[in-house]
Write a protein that binds this ligand. Structure first.
Ligand code: NI
Ligand code: MN
Length: 225
């Protein structure tokens, strides 16, 4: 799997010939000016929850690419009503897609649409393909639920929010890494707005001190698992 950072909580994931986009909030992110949403390939768009900073570009990308939106029932139905292909899930459920298996798991957060309407409950995704497994936490606090994920999966990479204020911060991300039994963390959901600015050097040093790796990718850069 190749994971590309598109800024904030937006990711691209390539698995074989399949292109997946997660939580696209790109066109209004001044830090992501180098990324043109009209050039992104997408077969699937995974959406963790309905907040604006996770769904902004879903409709435009889905309509251009004919991608399938995978999310909780309420969000999938919302996009279905716009004529967009979708696959509804709910917490604890998994599905074998053509590219691999996706499980929708709990997150502690909220999930209203920008107009205040109900966006179901927020979640994260575990994506597995062969012997590779990654966990994308979405917006969440630290939660004991992560221990269950660590028990069930041998994770190669965990993607955790580290910006604090709206989600867990770097100290709780360290504990999450213990719960999830994975020392390789890709940090996201930081530096986009004032409330979530972090000291990146300090964050990396905290992980180094516990012999863990905190990856912070420049926008447009990728890593492989
Ligand atoms: Ni959110
Ligand atoms: Mn968010």
């Amino acid at each position: 799997m190749k994971i590309t950072f598109y800024g904030h909580a937006s990711l691209g994931i390539e698995i074989g010939q399949t292109n997946i986009i997660v939580d696209p909030f790109i066109s209004a992110n001044p830090n992501a000016e180098s990324i043109d949403i009209n050039l992104l390939k997408a077969d699937y768009i995974l959406v963790t929850h309905a907040h604006q900073d996770h769904i902004l570009d879903v409709e435009a990308i889905a309509k251009r690419t004919d991608a399938v939106v995978v999310s909780n029932y309420e969000i999938a139905t919302y996009y279905g009503n716009l004529g967009i292909k979708n696959h509804p899930m709910n917490h604890g459920g998994k599905w074998d897609f053509d590219f691999g298996t996706v499980k929708y798991v709990n997150a502690i957060h909220s999930s209203s649409f920008p107009d205040g309407s109900y966006g179901g409950n927020p979640g994260g995704f575990i994506i597995t393909k062969g012997d590779k497994a990654i966990y994308i936490a979405g917006d969440t606090s630290l939660t004991y639920e992560m221990k269950l994920i660590g028990k069930s999966y041998d994770l190669d990479l965990i993607v955790l929010p580290i910006g604090d204020n709206f989600t867990m911060g770097m100290d709780d991300a360290l504990i999450a890494s213990d719960f999830l039994k994975c020392d390789k963390v890709l940090g996201y959901h930081y530096d986009t707005f004032g409330y979530i600015e972090i000291d990146k050097v300090r964050a990396k040093a905290k992980f180094d001190a516990e012999l863990k790796t905190l990856k912070l990718l420049d926008i447009g850069k990728s890593l492989e698992v």
